[in-house]
Ligand binder design. Sequence first.
Ligand SMILES: [Zn+2]
Length: 276
Amino acid sequence: MKQHTLGQSFSFSGIGLHTGKPVRLCVSPAPAGSGICFNRTDLVSSMVPARVEYVAQTRRATSLSCQGVKVLTPEHLLAALWAMGVDNARIDLDAPEVPILDGSARPYAEAIQAAGLVEQDAERDVLIIKKPFVYEDRRSGSRIVFEPSASTVFDVTIDFDSKVVGVQHAVFDESTDFASQIAPSRTFCFLQEIKLLMRLGLIGGGSLDNALVIDEPNGYYGGGKPLFDNEPARHKLLDLLGDFSLAGRPLRGRIVAYKPGHKVNTQALKHYLDTL
Ligand SMILES: [Zn+2]
């Protein structure tokens, strides 16, 4: 199958979830073979390729860093580009953090649909899982399993010590409509951890407009209603797709994730790529 880029550019303005900083972002078509690359327009030397070797931090979100240039919280935009088949795009932004918008990838997915895709004159280089591989984080109990499969499947189970969330399951495969089924799921956090996150400066741009807040054991805080019964699991699946997009190419195989998170996702991918 051939590589694809966007039919036209699209832009967003917003604030970063963690930094609270205003940012303007423009996603544009890019040449075949160039992959997905960020460009910090507020800095002179500023390209950051969306690849796992540039992962710098994974606390609450994934951040990339290349020669001192950082891009924070790229995962929802990257998930939308990857899941919707965009191989090459250039992402200009004028601040460190990608805008959180409504906490989901829906605005990005809709913009990609509106821009359309254009076939390019180069074949896709697909990452084919040829043998099983397991990565475990003993401390968190998280586990990511790679298995050969004729099609692409991401299978996520979350398991929170929570009456509201508990154990949930979500799947993305080739029959899933990413834009309507996965992209709309919003980021979430627990009311009880908000004070700590504020003290750590991790939610400078957080609000009920861009996060589902869980008030344990009562339900969703502030009248928030989940869009799907398993919206938290779908969001973890969205994050997993964004993190795995850092392979820099499409993937064929089955990924089974138990208690995924940005750290275990990116570590598992790095270790898997090291075995090739
Ligand atoms: Zn997320």
